[in-house]
Write a protein that binds this ligand. Sequence first.
Ligand SMILES: NC(=O)c1ccc[n+]([C@@H]2O[C@H](COP(=O)([O-])OP(=O)(O)OC[C@H]3O[C@@H](n4cnc5c(N)ncnc54)[C@H](OP(=O)(O)O)[C@@H]3O)[C@@H](O)[C@H]2O)c1
Length: 224
Amino acid sequence: MHKPNKITWEEAAGIPETWITATQALYLVGEFAPGKSVLWHAGASSVSIAGVQLARADGASAVYVTSRTQDKIDWCVKELGATAGFDTSNGKPWAQELNKLTDNKGVDVLIDFMGASTFQQNLEAAAVDGHIVNLAFLGGTKLDAGVDIAAFLRKRVRYEGSSLRSRDPDYQGKLRDKLVQYFPRFEDGTFKVFVEKVFRWEDIQDAHRLMESNKTKGKIICVI
Ligand SMILES: NC(=O)c1ccc[n+]([C@@H]2O[C@H](COP(=O)([O-])OP(=O)(O)OC[C@H]3O[C@@H](n4cnc5c(N)ncnc54)[C@H](OP(=O)(O)O)[C@@H]3O)[C@@H](O)[C@H]2O)c1
């Protein structure tokens, strides 16, 4: 890939993993199409920042986000144009809020990085024929006793995991080609890369500490 002229090398470094992951989750696994609604968990995470922009640009009927901090939710609405956001901290009933907002229709595609901690509410928030795409286990892998799986049948919900590294080169190559098609939109400013902080690689421990703080809104880049 050739770096788009108008973005810096540090910004460019923040593009491939995040935009390719968001593309894979949204289209290849989530089967998003214009007019559908999407929820991106951890809306200010680097993958979701890409995903919110992609879904909006491709005519989503609504793009919801979640976060455990109100500050990040407000940022996603203001900076990324998300429709609304929900606070997932401390077991808050965010799915109930989402259902209230959508007249109990729920959301068509949910992109999840938490696994266990969002499993039940994802099922509650999913629309009929909804797709839940799981990409990580930040909230654990073991479900509590009493989790209700009725939505799988009642709403024909599909729950599917995905990863990039386990895919064969052809599959990864197609995603690379799709990414290159976005480049004019990085050039004209339609798509934005959000870099939280650039570190010298010698300061990698500080970079890790920043990541662990969960305060980032976008990528941490290390220059080698
Ligand atoms: N499967 C794949 O193909 C694939 C590819 C790339 C990345 N990933 C994974 O996707 C995830 C997101 O990547 P990223 O680069 O976008 O991350 P990131 O920019 O570092 O953002 C991660 C965000 O996740 C939220 N979070 C962290 N720990 C949490 C927890 N215990 N419970 C709930 N929320 C938590 C925090 O947001 P709030 O503070 O807003 O809650 C945090 O800011 C990572 O786990 C990464 O490994 C998977």
